[in-house]
Design a binder for this molecule. Structure first.
Ligand SMILES: NC(=O)c1ccc[n+]([C@@H]2O[C@H](COP(=O)([O-])OP(=O)(O)OC[C@H]3O[C@@H](n4cnc5c(N)ncnc54)[C@H](OP(=O)(O)O)[C@@H]3O)[C@@H](O)[C@H]2O)c1
Length: 266
């Protein structure tokens, strides 16, 4: 029997991309999935897909940046399913643009969703996990939470905050038998780059990377093996290793490569 059979798992940002693939992968292992995001229609069609494959899913519409909606989301899940075994904090948005182009509202929104959203979800599930002395919090960060890139300072700082929060929390909750796992994907082929905050800059980031399904498989493996952190891809691990040794050299390398990755529009 799968390790995830009968587990209750909340996946935030489950209506698309990595979250959707992760929900499907956990459901295929026999877990009951609470799928959360703002787009009810997309969540409903995902729940139908999970149920058609013999799985079990609960739709919970919530904006993770809204603390009251997050509280209601977790109350709904606990009332309907009895507990939360695993929380996958995946909901996130990007923000492209030079520091001088970045508006206070856009910066606030990316921090509200990527940082506070993740904190509100964690704070809402922790009392339930602590009471049961068991649980896993899986935080989807990014390789740019290990080494920042130009023209996306707001997004990078949000992912550095996820790293810091996770490191701190991991030690606090270990006595309660709760794991904190950080996943750092690299470029993944999703709709992430199509949102207004990613499209508004004159720079465009090519996100043709690995598939959401591959990232989902890595998330399941990290959960099964109770990993501390997974930096996805050899290239990303090499980058973070080199950055520890020679950050100035890495700055120059990034400036060179970035011009090919994020081309200004003509
Ligand atoms: N794609 C990449 O290259 C890449 C690389 C590294 C890390 N990541 C990280 O991976 C995670 C997933 O990204 P993705 O590529 O799968 O992006 P995506 O395809 O754009 O999906 C993002 C998901 O987050 C949800 N979401 C956005 N704002 C939300 C909010 N305020 N409340 C609740 N849900 C919200 C969206 O649903 P609704 O719009 O329905 O709310 C959607 O389900 C993010 O944390 C991202 O930072 C992505």
């Amino acid at each position: 029997m799968s390790r995830f059979a009968d587990k209750v798992i909340i996946v935030t940002g489950a209506s698309a991309g990595i979250g959707r693939a992760t929900a499907l992968a956990f459901a295929a292992e026999g877990a009951t999935i609470a799928i959360a995001a703002r787009s009810e229609d997309r969540l409903t069609s995902l729940a139908d897909e999970i149920k058609a494959a013999g799985g079990s899913a609960l739709v919970v519409v919530a904006d993770v940046a809204d603390r009251d909606q997050v509280s209601r989301m977790v109350e709904t899940v606990v009332a309907a399913l009895g507990r939360v075994d695993i929380l996958v904090n995946n909901a996130g948005i990007g923000l492209m643009g030079a520091v001088m182009e970045t508006s206070p509202d856009d910066l606030k929104r990316v921090v509200d969703v990527n940082v506070y959203g993740l904190i509100w979800c964690t704070q809402a599930v922790l009392p339930h996990m602590i009471a049961r002395k068991s649980g896993q919090i899986i935080n989807v960060s990014s390789v740019v939470g290990k080494r920042a890139m130009p023209y996306m300072a707001g997004y990078c700082l949000s992912k550095f905050a996820v790293q810091a929060f996770s490191e701190s929390l991991r030690i606090e909750v270990k006595p309660h038998n709760i794991d904190v796992i950080v996943i750092c994907p690299t470029r993944t082929a999703t709709d992430f780059g199509d949102t207004p905050l990613m499209q508004q800059s004159q720079r465009r980031l090519d996100l043709n990377g690995m598939s959401s399904e591959s990232v989902a498989r890595i998330i399941l493996k990290a959960s099964r093996k109770r990993k501390r952190e997974v930096v996805i891809s050899m290239g990303a691990r090499f980058l973070t290793f080199c950055n520890g040794l020679a950050p100035g050299l890495v700055d120059r390398g990034i400036a060179f490569v970035w011009d090919r990755l994020a081309k200004p529009e003509k």
